[in-house]
Ligand binder design. Structure first.
Ligand code: PBG
Length: 322
């Protein structure tokens, strides 16, 4: 019996495979996360990624423009001496994040979308994403007001997009209100909608010199909860999110597909530090083909439903795609 239907016909040549490709990556959909501190330094658990200073981040942003990237996501990393219980540097005009945003915005203008992380964990001595109550728990409602201030400071510094990543209930609505009240109704909100309490953030914690003791399980989601990811996305949409994110990416492709199915705004996925580190480590040992693994991982994230992907390989991948 000869098969009547032969899917292999459409795989016969590279040209045919290109023609029938269902998922195509483009540099415009890639966002490059950048860490910015007083001094530049390598990040040992993320080979190839550095913490920038204010000069080198401008150069990085110009490279991003040249490579045709969609945007950059900035993380301000203050010196330990500048951290406090409240994360004050998060919203002061001369806080590390605001200085990074204005440096990058001055360097690239509107040629790149300048996004910034809106969360207190980089700026607090205890390393939590919000302020603590008298029992040491993270105080949701007290944190919201600070997020509002932080978003306004970031908008004033030149960010096009603010990105609340702290998983406080109601954060998108409060930030929208604060931005609008301050005259920044044109600044968009990328909501980290479904963000899981993940082991794959490990290398990031080194990158931002995190002081966190314990974990974030009272505010980030349990990895086993799929339906809850959709619930979180719906809430953020109702609060006015302009884009919604699922994070991490590779191990949460089901959540990503679910969120993409119910959403009428752009869907974003964050390929996080641990996803990066795993592929880099295996490739360094010669156990996998680095370029193919990178391309396959990002393609899979797009296939599952991400319109936009945050990835530490953004610049390199964009250059391969050209
Ligand atoms: C919180 C934040 C985290 C990441 C991005 N924003 C860490 C966390 O929740 O602990 C992780 C990014 C990565 O691992 O690449 N501000």
């Amino acid at each position: 019996m000869m098969p009547l239907i032969r899917p292999r016909r459409l795989r016969a040549t590279p040209a045919m495979r290109r023609l029938v490709a269902e998922t195509r990556l483009h540099p415009n959909q890639l966002v490059w996360p950048l860490f910015v501190g007083e001094d530049s330094a390598p990040i040992s658990s993320m080979p190839g990624v550095i913490r920038h200073d204010l000069t080198s981040v401008e150069e990085a942003a110009r490279k991003a423009v040249d490579a045709g990237l969609g945007g950059v996501m900035l993380f301000g990393v203050p010196d330990d001496a500048d951290k406090d219980e409240q994360g004050t540097q998060g919203w002061l005009p001369d806080g590390m994040g605001q200085r990074a945003a204005s440096a990058v915005r001055n360097a690239v203008g509107d040629e790149l979308v300048v996004m910034i992380d809106t969360c207190l964990d980089e700026f607090t001595t205890h390393g939590h994403c919000g302020v603590l109550d008298e029992h040491g728990g993270v105080d949701n409602d007290a944190t919201l007001e600070l997020y509002g201030r932080m978003a306004v400071a970031q908008a004033e510094a030149g960010a096009h997009v603010v990105s609340p990543s702290g998983m406080m209930d109601g954060q998108v609505a409060v930030i929208r209100e604060a931005l609008d009240a301050a005259g920044h109704s044109d600044v968009a909100i990328l909501a980290y909608a479904a963000k899981y309490a993940s082991a794959f953030y490990g290398p990031f914690r080194e990158a931002v010199s995190s002081t966190l003791q314990g974990d974030r399980r009272t505010y980030q989601q349990d990895p086993g909860n799929r339906r809850e990811g959709v619930r979180e996305a719906r809430l953020d949409l109702a609060e006015g999110a302009d884009m919604v994110m699922v994070k991490p990416a590779s191990h949460y492709l089901d959540v990503l597909a679910d969120v993409a199915a119910i959403t009428d705004v752009p869907v974003v996925a964050y390929q996080v530090s641990g996803e990066y580190a795993m592929i880099e480590a295996a490739a360094e040992r010669g156990w996998i083909d680095r370029q193919r693994a990178v391309e396959e991982s990002v393609t899979s994230i797009a296939r599952a439903g991400a319109d936009i992907v945050l990835t530490y390989w953004a610049l390199e991948l964009a250059r391969w795609l050209k």
